[in-house]
Write a protein that binds this ligand. Structure first.
Ligand code: SF4
Length: 702
């Protein structure tokens, strides 16, 4: 017999997963003996009430029985419940001892791009003011650093989208390079479908056929890791066919002549050989993009997660600039962020080289300004640290001996994952803040429980650079605290409470606004009140009357001289990529599936999502599979020079015959990052997740 609903309550919030940051509402129905939850979409300017399968089931992890509710201390290898005051005393004792014995920089902070702007800002301040350590970086290093670095070098500023999403349906030609938005950011798809309905020509660049490449008119199925060369080939044709915008180049751009000389010296036959894309297809794509009056280019991790990721993106930006398709309506660039706050979390100071407002930690003026906001002496602020993976090397070298880790799972997400696991085990003291006992938290000495997207209010900056307010007022379970409360409490016990006396996320945001004022990512004009009334604002928004900046670079670029900087970058990366060889004859590339997010810490706890993909898999072309005696749906061992994993095979006609694909949401013996090399992009320190040479062997199913 059906029970009657006794009470129904609703809670507005935002999805905890990808960078679309869809607005949603939790409906909680109370029956006599149980509660039932449902998540529905809420209207908003970005996604108009749409949700994907991940968002619809987000509440399942928030209400999981495995949620952490109390601080846990590891005693003789077992976690035992302790009070917050005991936890803070342990932290104080260990942090003070580590810094007095091993040096001020022996403590490191590892942050996240899934936390709010307020928490990202506070974490950077905590490292520099409370711990006075130079070692802080975050998991966005593994995600957005190549696009960020390319945009800063070319445009002088890094906002992932130069335009708003609303312009996509009205552009004439779209290049989707290394992005599988249909699985990773599903609610963005209607913008592209609308563009197609309006007649846009869509070019996809990807080694695999995916749900995204299906909407393309032309699919350039390149060999993994050759995006930089392909972009140079496209530009060569655009210049040769005279689809360049001479007036724009003369008035607003530096470096075009050098780029032109370089790309004209390249041979399309060699580019065809390198990329595996036939010359006719390169020409067709370039001519179509060149001749349309408007065009947009979007990149994502396929282009960016490479040891030449930053120059690969720069080469795509060269195409936009040369053809004059930037700073105008329906023209521009978009780096499609993966993580929920991938944009905001890289602006407020949790990067090794950065202070809030996208200021540089090496710049004396920037240091002086931020120090004045924080009420400290600029000379006391530490200098530049190292990137996320390089902090692991510093642990092995004995320079870092303690770590404060917030909402991140580095033993799964980093390349050369076994090395990273060993590093975390070597730490004298590891504190992990998380919702669950993740694979990294399992190695911690102390785990602190934090609040979820239903409970933790704050701002998030979405894929297009729109700052949104995540309302979140569901009561926290057990003794859970918000990330910002945890940071403030630790600062207090370390004697730095005066700098962290915040009593709400809004108070932190108001300090962030001042700290960002005059910087590239200027949030000064944005307030919680405005966000509630106006539904989101695109930065820069320098004063309270400013309406936010929908389109960048209409009058000038952000370099001092106002001009964009083109640069000729070689086809061959500075650090040679692994090539398939006799011993490791195939290329491995990695990516996502729709039902999981990042390392799966949350989505693997959601029964509806976990059921869609219970385990990892390896996509392989049937001809390749036959060659290595691998049947469909059987276990296969994949080996690289770093290690091996075992996953189930999935035959697919849609992947290149020299390439296999494995998603990265699983841990331990299914963690594909065990196979990925430690080589980093020399500019932005992005690891080369997208190309590894591997060999395969069938495993007997037990
Ligand atoms: Fe929206 Fe992304 Fe959440 Fe899906 S995962 S509901 S697209 S924010």
């Amino acid at each position: 017999q059906q029970q009657k609903v006794q009470l129904e309550k609703t809670y507005d919030t935002q999805c905890p997963y990808c960078s679309m940051q869809c607005k949603m509402q939790l409906i909680e129905q109370s029956f006599v003996t149980r509660k039932k939850y449902l998540t529905i979409g809420k209207d908003n300017p970005t996604t108009e009430g749409r949700l994907c399968i991940k968002g619809m089931n987000a509440h399942q992890h928030a209400f999981s029985r495995e949620r952490l509710k109390y601080p846990l201390l590891k005693v003789n290898g077992e976690f035992v419940r302790i009070s917050w005051e005991e936890a803070f005393e342990h932290i104080k004792e260990n942090f003070v001892e580590i810094q007095s014995k091993d040096g001020q920089n022996a403590l490191a902070v590892y942050g996240s791009a899934s936390i709010t702007n307020e928490e990202a800002y506070l974490l950077g301040k905590f490292a520099r003011v409370a711990l006075k350590t130079k070692y802080i970086d975050y998991n966005g290093r593994l995600c957005m650093s190549a696009a960020a670095s390319a945009a800063i070098q070319t445009f002088g500023i890094d906002r992932g989208f130069t335009n708003s999403l609303a312009e996509i349906p009205f552009t004439g030609c779209i290049i989707l390079a290394g992005t599988n938005i249909a699985e990773c950011q599903p609610t963005i798809m209607p913008y592209f479908e609308k563009a197609k309905e309006n007649g846009a020509y869509i070019i996809a660049i990807d080694p695999r056929e995916t749900a995204t490449t299906k909407i393309a008119d032309l699919h350039l199925k390149l060999k993994p890791g050759t995006d930089a060369a392909l972009a140079n080939g496209l530009l060569k044709v655009i210049i040769e066919e005279n689809y360049i915008d001479e007036a724009f180049l003369q008035k607003r751009v530096n470096g075009f002549e050098e780029v032109k000389d370089y790309v004209l010296s390249l041979k399309l036959e060699e580019i065809e050989e390198m990329t595996g894309v036939p010359i006719e297809q390169i020409r067709k794509a370039a001519i179509r993009f060149g001749k349309e009056e408007t065009g947009m280019i979007f990149t994502a991790r396929g282009v960016e997660q490479q040891t030449d990721g930053s120059i690969s993106v720069r080469n795509f930006l060269n195409i936009l600039i040369a053809s004059g398709k930037i700073g105008k309506p329906n023209c521009g660039f978009g780096a499609i962020t993966g993580q929920g706050n991938g944009q905001g979390a890289r602006e407020h100071g949790q990067k090794a080289d950065q202070l809030p407002g996208y200021r540089s930690i090496d710049n004396e003026e920037h240091r002086a300004y931020v120090a004045s906001v924080w009420g400290v002496n600029k000379d006391e602020l530490p200098g530049k640290g190292v990137s996320a993976y390089e902090m692991m090397e510093k642990i092995h070298e004995g320079e870092i001996t303690g770590m404060f880790l917030m909402c991140s799972n580095p033993v799964v997400s980093n390349p050369n994952a076994q090395f990273v696991r060993e590093a975390m085990k070597k730490l004298k003291f590891l504190v992990a803040v998380d919702l669950f006992v993740s694979e990294t938290a399992r190695l911690a000495d102390l785990i602190l429980p934090t609040s979820s997207y239903l409970e933790d209010e704050g701002t998030m900056t979405n894929v297009e650079g729109r700052v949104t307010l995540r309302e979140a007022n569901y009561p926290v379970p057990g003794e859970v605290k918000h990330d910002w409360q945890i940071i403030c409490d630790i600062a207090r016990v370390l004697g730095k409470g005066e700098y962290f006396s915040f009593s709400s996320a809004e108070e932190i945001f108001n300090e962030l606004r001042v700290a960002s004022r005059g910087g590239f990512a200027d949030y000064y004009g944005i307030t919680y009140d405005r966000l509630r009334k106006e539904g989101g604002l695109l930065w820069p928004c320098p004063d309270l009357d400013h309406k936010g900046t929908v389109r960048l670079f209409e009058a000038s670029f952000a370099h001092r001289d106002g001009r964009a900087a083109m640069v000729a970058v070689p086809n061959k990366p500075v650090i040679p990529k692994e090539q398939a060889c006799e011993e490791f004859p195939l290329y491995l590339t990695t990516g996502r599936v729709m039902s999981h997010y990042l390392t799966g810490v949350q989505t693997r706890k959601s029964p509806a999502l976990a059921a869609r993909n219970v385990e990892s898999f390896m996509e392989i072309h049937p001809s390749t599979a036959m060659k290595y005696r691998i049947q469909d749906n059987t276990l296969v061992k994949i080996e690289s020079r770093r290690g091996s994993i075992t996953v189930r095979s999935k035959w697919s006609e849609t992947i290149r015959q020299d390439t296999v694909f494995v998603p990265f949401h699983w841990a331990d013996s299914q963690n594909v990052n065990n196979l990925v090399s430690k080589e980093l992009d020399p500019t932005c320190r992005m690891p080369g997740f997208k190309v590894s040479a591997v060999k395969l062997s069938p495993v007997m199913d037990l």
